[in-house]
Ligand binder design. Structure first.
Ligand code: URA
Length: 236
């Protein structure tokens, strides 16, 4: 692939705009030598305005999603892509969220431009655990863990019962849940099904990958070791 197309695919501009960047001498190699639009591609050694390029396709990142951002491209309000470099919205292949978190849910959100990986993560066959911490409007009654673990709980307007899920009480109004599926508003609807209401919801972990010290609103690219951790079988 020509360098000009690679840069356009990374969102640095349209092909025409990127061609101008070459003309203006803004695209160089690591030693500062000016590069040309049809030069061969050596991603690691290219600089734009002296800066290394954004990660190449195959990008996987995790974002610590704050309250108030939607996992959508279209929403007129705040969207999770507002928390990433603006160029990331223009990439081809496109970066998408891996599943969704509700607008008012915080925590670990994965994004990738790798369609096969996205399917592997969301596939029920991978049985990736999603860990949630819920703060509840009312105190736990004591029967919730048994009902969630039963494999018989039906959510409103659904006909297939939920897979067994694990719940541990953390405090009278706080619970940790481990799910192996991802239905629409699942955690909120599970607590609604047992007569409670989720007041706040946080996802600290997916598979074996945890947010760790990543501050709210921040993101980082994942490396091979992170992906091993994500798919690690010994999840919570
Ligand atoms: N379950 C929910 O209800 N909301 C989320 O954002 C994720 C899981």
């Amino acid at each position: 692939m020509k360098l000009v197309k690679h840069l356009a695919n990374l969102g640095y501009g349209s092909r025409k705009e990127v061609a101008w960047m070459f003309r203006e001498g803004r695209v160089t190699d690591a030693a500062g030598e000016v590069l040309y639009a049809d030069d061969p591609l050596d991603h690691g050694s290219v600089r734009v305005d002296g800066q290394p390029l954004d990660p190449p396709p195959g990008l996987v990142l995790m974002l610590h999603k704050p309250v108030g951002y939607t996992c959508s491209m279209k929403d007129p309000g705040r969207i999770v892509f507002d928390l990433l470099p603006p160029r990331f919205r223009l990439r081809d292949p496109a970066l998408s969220t891996v599943g969704r978190l509700d607008r008012d849910t915080t925590g670990l959100l994965l994004l990738t431009d790798d369609g096969a990986l996205l399917h592997r993560i969301v596939s029920p066959k991978s049985r990736l655990a999603k860990v949630y911490e819920a703060t509840l409007a009312d105190a736990l009654r004591g029967d919730e863990a048994g009902r969630f673990a039963s494999g018989a709980l039906l959510l409103e307007s659904e006909t297939t019962p939920l897979l067994p899920a694990r719940m541990d009480a953390l405090a009278p109004r706080r619970a940790r849940l481990v799910l192996h599926e991802g239905r629409y508003h699942q955690v909120r609807r599970m607590f609604a099904a047992v007569g409670n209401r989720v007041a706040a919801l946080h996802r600290p972990q997916v598979g074996g990958l945890a947010l760790g010290e990543l501050p709210e609103g921040h993101w980082r690219a994942l490396d091979a070791a992170d992906l091993d951790r994500l798919f690690s079988p010994e999840t919570p």
